[in-house]
Design a protein around this ligand. Structure first.
Ligand SMILES: [Zn+2]
Length: 1019
């Protein structure tokens, strides 16, 4: 062969396309009838939509419209003996169903916004008969959505293809032979004999193809076969491949479409499993399985059978692939609890690994949560998305805040949508950082994000790559099999200490602020509801609504999915989740009130004219002011207990507080305001110390231009001068022990009203905020420059806290510009510090001496940028922006002597989020005293997080953790006599029996940040 006659690489790619085009030959059109609706209808109601006779080229819908399609036709006689298929593409996603409406096969339009470097998303082929007899009637029903895989309208929702076609199987075989070898050739050294021999063989095939018929295809296959049969030698690295369909449970589409995407994806998996015996597929998210159970019961039975057969792997361990920055601690426990319970109950499997390929950063609380839930391994890939630093490991021991480690694997290929082609295998090997010490790594192949999963192309490639000379061998197996093999080398893996911070998507700590507010409120309300329900169960054997709570929790857990809670979904997702949150919150609050009332009925209130019972669900005694019928009472409520007062009694003597237009003052603090409304000075009278940095002012409402999206804002945003909201009025008032300055600010069409409140006896300054935000492409922030110097700031995370640098010494410090926190962030020296508490905000930035909090981001909703004028529904705004709405939130500045521990910041964060609850009672001769504590602890930094009934028994679960990072011994005292106490894991399984002292006490020893779960049987 002369150099001048041979194909170049580019020409070989072109040839490959010509081979592909010769696989299918259309022989007859199909008739198309559609019944169109805006929302999906089940199979039985498929004829209720608007009936239309359609043909190729017709528009059938707008974005997210639905239709049942009926495709009919007759196989031409000329096709007898041949392989007949149908080719269907309606520029949307479809699910073909059988005559009973049971899903058979998911189809996806060829044209999509998908990243084509990962492969084509299109699935358009459905088998009719491998050996047709001719004249067969074709009668197919399909449930369609007018959206591509990524939730976009493509080609204006027109029908692209609906025809009967012949499949040239020889050409199909040649196509994959050729594709795999061409791809392999490209990753081999040009100097290698292997490269040149493959090149030569591909060229020969190029020379013989002229008619592109079966005979030529067979000859081509014969030329390529020896190259495909060349085996590799002893492998140094083996790749474990598992089919994957990353399915965001809401993102660029509403939740209802995710349910349908699930059916399409699983139907395709089952369809391909019939044809590819080695195919193993994995799916996480019990929520997705539960939807299949609920909406597609027959399909679910088939899925279940494949799980039992070991072909579909139920991957753990959370209910959904949840956000771990914003979700609260107990919510993360419930993600695993409900996730594992479902798989155990439904499939009898108990995954020992957590599967979170796509979550935007991983809390340093996770290792302990995982290990204490029977989860030993963790798999992700997202840190490869970091913008500044390259995460240094792919296989490592990840150590959390309490020292627990969990063995972690990050996909070396750095995608969960692998093409499973030779270049994918090559990339995995080249990039795998621990390949010197590890002989195994994982590959997730398939089409994903919008579901879909592997197509025949992935499986055809893998069939040819089992042990192909030139690349690592690939074995198709479950993640569990992979983990067991891979873990054998773990002794040599490196260690990463602390959070897995994603250097990207920091906007998601703030975007869609109202959704995040509801998440916090429902987390807090559920905590309190479970506490009061449990007290009634112990006290008076009231029923405990386990089933209802399970349903509520699971819905709350769904909304913590990694594109819902972070704020990165389309507008409809938030319209729907907020409506549901409102209902759930109302229901939870009503149940709570009812149960508080039941508790009050147990109290002996005889002789009290107008009894009012004040409840404290937190595990320490609190003394606070409360207002009843315009009277103020300073009351002390014991830990996990209540105090009864007479609402007709005279109010407590009220100490003097001062409120003027430019000053608030109580016994401890004096706050001075500048003429623009900002805070000029906060003087701690007791320790004689100024809190605000000299020459600077605090709490100015800075409005930054934000042309980012739901995920990201520009890192240099602060280099552009912000606008500030302007003070229009400042009204001082005194309400009992509270000095209040009500400030009103405006900017553009937006208005912010803030009641700045200082209460007698407290250093906490509350900023109770009502905000009507109307601006677009803006970020609103507040900042507190404080007179504290410290190199690290402290931020609360789930079940503990982390420290992060306040400087930018290294690129790793620089990257942590905006960081997530739970209820507080704090800047402290040893002697004094300042915390900024919040009731629903998560985006903090403490750099230098400035504590800065992100309040909202008004940016285009995900998906909006691509909405075209003609697709906008009448009456709908042209572009919709996040956070352009009414907001209510509170943040509090909490200066404190001592550091964040000595200063009581942990408790202050809880107190802001769990106010005392006053329940009016009636005079009654109950058996309980007027003041009581149900649970008492003698260590202030052992925090009681959860009290609930056990899922599977009448026992009571009590969860506590050490919050100060020290070894602590504690005695816990229960008001009720105890029969047995066991220590349990987070899955509520007993670990060991504990001795009960004095009939109602237990002694525990905590390691720093340790979480302990008790399982108690009361007498
Ligand atoms: Zn995702």
């Amino acid at each position: 062969m002369s150099q001048f006659q041979c194909y170049t690489g580019k020409k070989l790619s072109h040839l490959l396309n010509r081979i592909r085009d010769a696989i299918y030959t259309e022989i007859a059109p199909l008739q198309i009838t559609g019944w169109c609706t805006p929302e999906p209808l089940p199979f039985e109601r498929r004829l209720e939509g608007m009936k239309r006779n359609l043909t190729v080229g017709d528009k059938w819908g707008n974005l997210f419209d639905c239709a049942w399609f009926h495709f009919t036709g007759t196989v031409p006689e000329s096709a007898a003996g041949k392989h007949v298929v149908v080719l269907l593409d309606v520029n949307g996603e479809m699910c073909l169903v059988d005559s009973q409406g049971v899903p058979l096969r998911g189809l996806t339009n060829l044209k999509s916004l998908y990243d084509y470097s990962l492969g084509g998303p299109g699935k358009r082929v459905f088998e009719i008969n491998r050996q047709a007899s001719g004249k067969e009637k074709i009668d197919l029903w399909a449930d369609a959505g007018c959206n591509d895989l990524f939730g976009y309208l493509t080609e204006n929702g027109t029908i692209k293809q609906a025809s009967i076609a012949l499949c040239n199987d020889d050409m199909r075989t040649l196509f994959y032979d050729f594709e795999v070898l061409l791809d392999l050739m490209k990753v081999l050294s040009k100097e290698s004999a292997r490269h040149q021999q493959i090149f030569n063989a591909l060229n020969k095939v190029g020379h013989l193809l002229s008619q592109f018929n079966a005979e030529e295809a067979r000859a081509g296959h014969a030329i390529l076969l020896p190259q495909l049969q060349k085996k590799g030698g002893d492998a140094s690295l083996q790749i474990s491949a598992i089919g994957h369909a990353h399915l965001d449970l809401a993102w660029m589409w509403p939740i209802r479409e995710s349910i349908r995407k699930g059916a399409r994806t699983f139907a395709t998996v089952l369809y391909l499993m019939e044809r590819y015996p080695d195919y193993i597929f994995g799916a996480s998210q019990p929520q997705l399985f539960d939807w299949m159970k609920q909406y597609y019961p027959e399909l679910y039975q088939k899925i279940k059978a494949k799980v039992h057969a070991g072909r579909i792997e139920a991957q753990g361990a959370m209910w959904v692939e949840a956000d771990t920055n914003i979700s609260g601690g107990e919510a993360l426990v419930r993600q695993i609890l409900h996730g594992k319970r479902f798989f155990k109950q439904e499939f009898g499997v108990d995954p020992n690994y957590l599967w979170l390929p796509d979550v935007f950063g991983y809390s340093a609380a996770l290792p302990q949560l995982l290990k204490k839930s029977g989860v030993d391994y963790f798999m992700t890939q997202k840190l490869s998305w970091s913008l500044i630093n390259n995460f240094p490991y792919h296989s490592f021991h990840w150590q959390g805040i309490d020292g627990t480690t969990v063995l972690t694997h990050m996909l070396p290929e750095e995608t969960y949508n692998s093409a499973a082609a030779p270049h994918s295998v090559h990339k995995a090997e080249s990039q795998y950082r621990e390949k010197a010490v590890s002989e195994h790594c994982l590959m997730l192949y398939g089409i994903g994000d919008g579901g879909g999963g592997p197509g025949a192309e992935h499986l055809e490639r893998l069939t040819r790559q089992k042990n192909l000379n030139g690349i690592c061998p690939v074995v198709q197996e479950t993640a569990a099999h992979f983990l067991a093999k891979w873990a054998k080398d773990a002794a040599q893996f490196p260690r990463w200490v602390g959070e897995l911070y994603l250097e990207r998507h920091q906007g998601t700590f703030t975007t869609n602020a109202r959704n995040k507010w509801y998440n916090r409120k429902i987390e807090c309300a559920l905590r309190e509801l479970e506490w009061v329900l449990t007290l009634n169960l112990i006290q008076s054997h009231q029923s405990y609504p386990t089933k209802r709570l399970e349903k509520i929790w699971r819905e709350v857990l769904l909304y913590q999915f990694h594109d819902i809670l972070p704020g990165s979904s389309i507008k409809r997702v938030y319209d729907e989740s907020i409506a549901r949150y409102q209902q759930l919150l109302k229901e939870v609050n009503q149940m709570m009130e009812k149960n508080y009332l039941l508790l009050t009925e147990q109290i002996n209130t005889t002789g009290i004219k107008q009894p009012l019972v004040i409840f404290n669900s937190l595990s320490w005694e609190r003394t606070e002011w409360i207002k009843v019928n315009n009277q103020w009472f300073e009351i002390t409520v014991p830990a996990c207990g209540y105090q009864t007062i007479d609402a007709t009694a005279e109010s407590t003597e009220i100490p003097t507080v001062i409120a003027t237009e430019n000053q608030l003052e109580n016994d401890l603090m004096r706050v001075t305001f500048a003429t623009d409304g900002s805070i000029q000075s906060i003087y701690d009278k007791r320790v004689k110390r100024e809190v605000i940095a000299s020459g600077q002012t605090a709490n100015k409402f800075a409005v930054y231009a934000d042309d980012g999206d739901a995920w990201d804002f520009r890192m240099d945003y602060a280099d552009f001068a912000p606008r500030f909201m302007e003070l229009v009025s400042a009204l001082p008032r005194i309400d009992g022990p509270q000095a209040i300055l009500e400030q009103t600010y405006r900017l553009g069409h937006s208005e912010l009203v803030q009641a700045i409140t200082l209460t007698a006896g407290s250093r906490r300054i509350d900023f109770n905020t009502q905000l009507n935000w109307r601006e677009t492409e803006t970020m609103l922030r507040t900042a507190f420059p404080v007179a504290i110097h410290a190199e690290d700031a402290t931020y609360e995370i789930q079940f503990g806290h982390v420290q992060r640098p306040t400087h930018q010494n290294t690129s790793w410090d620089l990257a942590k510009d905006e960081v997530p926190a739970q209820k507080w962030g704090d800047l402290s020296a040893r002697d004094y510090g300042v915390a900024l508490l919040n009731d629903s905000k998560y985006g903090y930035k403490i750099k230098g001496n400035v504590i800065d909090l992100n309040l909202l981001r008004s940016v285009l909703y995900s998906g909006q940028r691509l909405v075209r004028d003609e697709d906008v529904q009448p009456g709908e705004p042209h572009h919709a922006f996040t956070d352009q709405c009414e907001h209510t939130f509170t943040y509090s500045l909490f200066p404190h002597p001592g550091d964040h521990i000595g200063g009581g910041v942990v408790q202050a964060g809880y107190e802001l989020n769990h106010p005392l609850k006053a329940i009016p009672a009636t005079e009654k001769a109950g058996s309980n005293p007027t003041v009581a504590s149900f649970i008492k602890l003698n260590a202030p930094y052992i925090i009681l997080e959860t009290v609930k009934k056990a899922e599977d028994s009448e026992e009571i679960i009590v969860r506590l953790y050490e919050a100060a990072h020290r070894n602590t011994a504690v005695t816990i005292h229960f008001s009720q006599p105890v029969e047995t106490i066991e220590e349990a894991n987070l899955m509520e399984e007993s670990v060991q029996a504990l001795p009960v002292k004095n009939k109602n006490e237990v002694k525990l020893e905590f390691q720093p940040f340790e979480i302990k779960t008790l399982k108690i049987k009361f007498r």
